[in-house]
Design a protein around this ligand. Structure first.
Ligand code: ACM
Length: 541
């Protein structure tokens, strides 16, 4: 029962009986604890069938009570949970810490506390423990690519619940790519009318001969986004939207052909891309394109209150810019050296534009190449090097190296892995991932805001496939992001696996279609669908 994931900093069992939640148990919520109070009543109330009626907010609290309070002496995301036979006291350093403490409390109640309705005869016992806990990093992220395969709104809300259960607090929402545009932009309606669906889809890696010969698509209305952002906020999760520029933009160009390099390609003939890889069709570096995207970002800022806005910036092939007279004239006019500097100029435009509006730009590590304003942050994906360079240049960094925490990569070398992509990255590999490179000084390490696992969905056509790739590895990742683990070689993976034995029960209760330790179940396989496995051990760095 005390097999908590991610592992708390300090957990001590003390003498005494269990505390048992029952029909008379009350929740006494102090000032500032309302969010967690609501969550406890709604979520634990549903799982247990107990009313968890409000107790006195002030004054003496009697027994059989779960007391919620804040204590400014703890860190904002830290909490203390004390279970005595007579009552439970959960204290947060702030509303977020309190909420993470409530997640621990749910884990202590056992796997059935993760169901949405009670089983007959359930008992809700908490062991006598004292837990003091706080996260290692303030950015504990999951990136969902809803562009390659759309995840309907219900699925996103479900992932927010799964993130909360693992104390993850940043959803990086990859909303646009060559293969789809997923957010309603009122002033540019064709982005979703045209850009949110494709006529057919490559089934498997791009070298696969198979096609799914049916339309695929979907998008979130602005009200859907508001709901998602509010649902996340209620769970102390920040949603960081990504609109990818100037590459990965074919869906937008298919909707508005004038956004593309019209002097080198007939962009009116483009459709939303139906296969995988990096499209050569990138945005034209014109004033009209900048104005168009400023309009997009204006609507985005009204929807997403996050400090950071992700502008992509990765994998922008320069071939069209080399051949485009318009792009070349731009390079000359701006006195730039080459197309790489043109990309940097494009990114810097939005860096300044966002900073003027009180936000901060974050982008993939390619954005570092042309120089960045101080406030911008870098998501280091091509290994650690971009993050190291960024931290040394004084930029904040989110570590998400593809060699370690790209969860589209296969998790076993076996023949049965569905559509195997990339390196073999097992549960243990993820558990031994270290977000802070040893070569950084203490000062430089302070720029590592945290870490993020990225779920790219080219070969994940539905929720079950996303679950399979994401779990159980997200549980190991959550422990890396939250817990103060020792150096990778010294981590107690056997101990983690023992705790996972209980955690699988929680995932089962939540209905997560994880990869079982013994390998995929028959219906989790995709026999005959070509992947792109990469052999070889993980690089050191
Ligand atoms: C990326 O994987 N292109 C960020």
């Amino acid at each position: 029962m005390t097999d908590v994931i991610p592992q708390p900093r300090r957990m001590t069992a003390h003498e005494g009986d269990f505390f048992e939640l029952g029909p008379d148990t009350r929740v006494a919520a102090g000032a500032g604890t309302e969010r967690t109070e609501r969550w406890l009543r709604a979520t634990l109330g549903a799982a247990t069938g107990l009313p968890l009626a409000p107790g006195t907010r002030d004054g003496a609290v009697e027994g059989d009570t779960v007391r919620l309070s804040l204590d400014g002496g703890l860190s904002t995301e830290g909490y203390r949970l004390v279970v005595e036979p007579t009552g439970v006291h959960l204290t947060g350093g702030g509303p977020a810490g309190l909420f993470w403490g409530a997640q621990t409390l749910r884990q202590l109640l056992g796997p059935d506390a993760f169901r949405r309705a009670p089983l007959p005869g359930g008992r809700w016992r908490l062991p006598p423990v004292r837990i003091e806990d706080a996260p290692r990093f303030p950015w504990r992220g999951l990136m969902l690519d809803v562009a390659r395969h759309f995840m309907p709104k219900d699925g996103v809300l479900r992932y927010l619940d799964l993130m909360a259960a693992h104390k993850l607090n940043v959803l990086h929402f990859h909303l646009t790519d060559d293969q789809g545009w997923r957010v309603e932009i009122k002033r540019h309606p064709k982005l979703t009318e045209t850009g949110s669906w494709r006529a057919r889809t490559k089934y498997g890696h791009r070298a696969s001969p198979l096609w799914e010969e049916k339309p695929h698509g979907g998008y979130y209305t602005q009200d859907d986004i508001r709901e998602i952002v509010a649902y996340a906020a209620e769970r102390n999760i920040t949603v960081v939207p990504e609109i990818d520029v100037p590459g990965h933009s074919q869906a937008a160009i298919a909707a508005y052909p004038e956004l593309g390099n019209t002097d080198v390609v007939d962009t009116t003939a483009l459709s939303v891309w139906d296969t995988w890889g990096v499209s050569p069709n990138v945005l034209a570096p014109t004033e009209a394109t900048l104005r168009f995207y400023e309009g997009v970002f204006e609507e985005l800022l009204a929807l997403f209150p996050s400090e950071f806005i992700h502008i992509g910036g990765d994998e922008c092939p320069k071939d069209q810019w080399r051949r485009s007279a318009t792009a070349q004239a731009r390079i000359e006019e701006l006195a730039l050296a080459d197309e790489d500097e043109l990309q940097a100029w494009f990114v810097q435009h939005f860096d300044t534009w966002l900073a003027e509006r009180g936000r901060r730009l974050i982008g993939w590590d390619e954005i570092l190449e042309g120089g960045l304003a101080k406030g911008a942050a870098v998501a280091s994906w091509r290994g650690y090097a971009g993050g190291v360079a960024a931290a040394r240049a004084g930029h904040d960094v989110v570590m998400c190296p593809e060699q370690q925490v790209y969860l589209d990569h296969r998790q076993h070398a076996g023949e049965d892995e569905p559509v195997p992509i990339g390196f073999v990255r097992t549960l243990e590999d993820v558990y031994r991932f270290e977000p802070v490179p040893a070569e950084l000084t203490a000062d430089e390490s302070g720029h590592v805001l945290g870490t993020q696992a990225n779920v790219w969905t080219e070969v994940m056509e539905n929720q079950a496939r996303v679950d399979y790739q994401t779990f159980p590895r997200l549980a190991a990742f959550a422990e890396v992001a939250w817990s103060a683990l020792p150096a990778p070689a010294d981590r107690d993976f056997a101990g983690f696996e023992r705790r996972m034995a209980v955690h699988y029960g929680r995932l089962d209760a939540l209905g997560v279609a994880y990869r079982p330790p013994g390998g995929p179940l028959p219906w989790q396989r995709r026999p005959g669908v070509l992947g792109r496995p990469i052999d070889g051990p993980p690089p050191d760095k």
